[in-house]
Design a binder for this molecule. Structure first.
Ligand code: NHR
Ligand code: GAR
Length: 217
């Protein structure tokens, strides 16, 4: 049985595309039942439609509070009775009532080596700090923003001539590798959240998550 999955997006959906491709290549046992965007007209919705996946828009600008938006978003998601909810470039902070409802079955991909650089503008912040490495983390979503247990990280080098754009591009190549991997671990029943830990094959993962070092590629 495939793992019923709903993907939340806000934009271009390149991570969504990586998941769709993994699904159609038989590389993952998730089944994307619906793609939901908080922004109308984004490229990710077209990607879903092209793949024959149902789309929904829950436009956050039409709600008077975060709570009201989250209630509608939750009702929309739960129509599909998903076992897994994937945030793929989803850009709205979620309320604790929402994240608690999906505890242990909601993943996010964040473009930094968490716990470094929670929040926004991560590539520029890593450059400004003079870091020699950067990367991306897949983690379970909890009420704490970008603070849930880490599952997998990919590390990339920062080159002297990098700007935020060139660095983001290098990071995104890794995003498209590690997100389908994490989804597949979950679908195979190998990955779960226990308390504030991510557990893979029965062992608690380190704070960083499983680390893939892409600096020598
Ligand atoms: N919500 C909770 N409770 N916990 C997490 O770990 C979450 C979350 C919601 C989104 C993704 C996250 C990221 O990977 C994510 C993780 C948006 C913002 C933000 O500041 C911060 C982190 C993330 C996503 N959003 C602004 C807001 O006011 C809006 C920004 C915009 O629309 O461009 O919600 O980085
Ligand atoms: C990705 O790089 C993802 O890591 C980042 O936004 C991009 C979305 O790209 N996510 C966040 O910054 C979450 N706050 P995509 O729409 O092409 O997948």
């Amino acid at each position: 049985m495939k793992t019923k999955t709903v993907v939340l997006i806000s934009g271009s959906g390149s991570n969504l595309q990586a998941l769709i491709d993994a699904q159609s290549n038989g590389e993952t046992a998730i089944s994307i039942e619906s793609v939901i965007s908080n922004r109308p007209g984004v490229l990710g919705l077209d990607r879903a439609t092209k793949a024959g996946i149902t789309t929904q828009v829950v436009d956050h600008t039409l709600f008077e509070s975060r709570e009201a938006f989250d209630i509608q978003l939750k009702a929309t998601i739960d129509q599909y009775q998903p076992e897994l909810v994937i945030l793929a470039g989803f850009m709205r902070i979620l309320t604790p009532a929402f994240t608690n409802h999906y505890a242990g079955r909601m993943l996010n991909i964040h473009p930094s080596l968490l716990p470094k650089y929670q929040g926004l503008h991560t590539h520029q912040r890593a450059l400004d700090a003079g870091d020699d490495r950067h990367g991306v983390t897949v983690h379970f979503v909890t009420a704490e923003l970008d603070g849930g247990p880490n599952i997998i990280q990919a590390v990339v080098p920062i080159n002297t001539n990098d700007n935020a754009e060139s660095l983001a591009k290098r990071v995104q190549q890794q995003e498209h590798i590690i997100y389908p991997m994490a989804a597949q671990w979950f679908a195979e029943g190998r990955l779960c959240m226990q308390g504030n830990d991510a557990v893979l094959d029965g062992s608690i993962l380190p704070t960083s998550g499983f680390v893939m070092d892409a600096r020598s590629q």
